[in-house]
Design a protein around this ligand. Sequence first.
Ligand code: MTE
Ligand code: MO
Length: 340
Amino acid sequence: MSALNRSSRLPPGQQLVAPGKFPFVGEKSPAERDDPWTVTVAGCVEHEQTWSLDQLSELPQVERTIDIHCVTRWTKLDARFRGVRLSELLNVVQPTSAAKFVSLVARSPRAHSTSLALATVLELDALIALEYDGAPLATDHGGPVRVIVPERYFYKSLKWLERIELLSVDRLGYWEANAGYHNEADPWREQRFLAAKLTRQQMQQVLATRDFSGLDLLGIDARGHDLAGLQARSALLRNAWFDNVNLNGACFAGANLSGAHVRCADLRGANFRDGNLEGTDFAGADLRGTDFRGASLIAATFVDGDTRAIIDTTTLFDREIEEQLMPEQLAFVKKQRDVR
Ligand SMILES: Nc1nc2c(c(=O)[nH]1)N[C@H]1C(S)=C(S)[C@@H](COP(=O)(O)O)O[C@H]1N2
Ligand SMILES: [Mo]
C-alpha cells in the first residue's frame, strides 16, 4: 500500500454528484456522417483490423463498475458499463514490440483524441463500452461506443471511439496538448494540470499590465498582487492562483478559469459572464454584485467548512446552477440568495 490515502473512495479535491446525476463534459455529439460506424485498430500491429458495431457486440462482453472522477472536480461512484475489453482487440491485432503508446481517436468534429501508455491500458484493463446502466450508451455520453479507463481522470475515457493507434512515441491528446491537462491523469495523485509554462519573470510582466485579455496563462500565480479592475476577457486561466487577490470589478467575461483557485478573493462587481468555471474554487470569496450569468459552474466550490463565500441577492446566477452545482454547494448558494 502506498502512502496515498485510499481509505476514502473520493480522491482529493473531488465532490460527489447528486444521486442519479451524470454531467456531460466536452464535445456534445459525434461527427455527422452517414457511413456505418466502425472501430479500427492500426499502427504498430501485426494485423490491422476493423470491427463493425455488430462485430464488437459479438465479442465476449464484460461488465465493469467504476468510479468516474472528472478533472473538473466531480465524482460519480458506481457507474456500470458493459462492453469489450480493449485487450481483447489487442490480442487480435498483436501489437509489435515497437508499440509503447495507445492513441484513441474519436469520430467527432475535431477528431478528438487522448492517449495512454500501452502498459497502462493493460494494467487498468480499459473497456470499450457499448452500454451504460443496462442500456445502449447515450449519444451525449459517447454512444454508440466509447472507451472507459478506470482510475484515471475521465478525460482519458474517449467518447465516440473510431480509431485506436498503437504508437512507438506518444502523441498527446486534445486536452493534454491544448488545455494543459496532465498526461498521467491519476486522480489519487491529483495529476490535473501541467505546471505553468510562463517563467516567474514573464508572470510579473503580464501581471504589471493588468491586461490578460485573450492570453493563455495556464497556472499563473497572481497571489500577492492587487488586480482591481483586471481585464481578462476570454483569457485562459485554468488552474490559475488568485487566492486573497483584490479583483474588485475585474472582467473575466468568456474566460476559462476551470480548476482555478480564487479563495477569499475580493470579486465584488466582477464579471464572469459566459465563462468556464468548472471546478473553480470560490470558497470565502466576496461575490456581492458578481455576475455569473451564462457561465458553466459544474462542480464549482463556494463553501468549504467555515470558509464561506459572501453571496447575496446582488450575486447574479442562472437557473442552470440547479443542474451544475454539487448538492452541498447548491444548498449553500440557495440559502444565501433564494434562487428563483
Ligand atoms: N470525443 C470526446 N471524448 C471526450 C471528451 C471530448 O470532448 N470529446 N471530453 C472528455 C472529458 S474532459 C470528460 S470529463 C468525459 C466526459 O464524459 P461525459 O460527457 O460522458 O460525462 O469525456 C471525455 N472524452
Ligand atoms: Mo473532464
